[in-house]
Design a protein around this ligand. Structure first.
Ligand SMILES: [Ca+2]
Ligand SMILES: [Ca+2]
Length: 91
């Protein structure tokens, strides 16, 4: 069956998460360092604004909704959904 755009997006989100999550021994979650790298690499425009790296740091803190020091796939998904809504509202 042909790949649909939505299925492609869903698979890509999972791939991006896994790519960064597996950089340390805990392959199922993003450490704060991994989350920072993911944001800086995948959303490089974040760093272009003044105070960009501070903003990324704050985003990583905000991402960790349950404050366990790690970003799980649910927390990552909430971020991507929020970004997607913001993108739609701004377009
Ligand atoms: Ca990890
Ligand atoms: Ca967490």
């Amino acid at each position: 069956m042909a790949q649909t755009a939505l299925k492609h997006v869903i698979e890509c989100l999972s791939e991006v998460f896994d790519k960064y999550a597996k950089e340390d021994e805990d392959v199922h979650t993003l450490s704060k360092a991994e989350a920072k790298k993911l944001l800086e690499t995948e959303l490089p425009e974040l760093l272009k604004n003044p105070g960009g790296s501070e903003k990324v740091k704050q985003m990583v803190e905000d991402l960790d909704l349950d404050q366990d020091g790690k970003i799980d796939f649910l927390e990552f998904s909430i971020m991507t959904m929020t970004l997607s809504i913001a993108h739609k509202l701004c377009s």
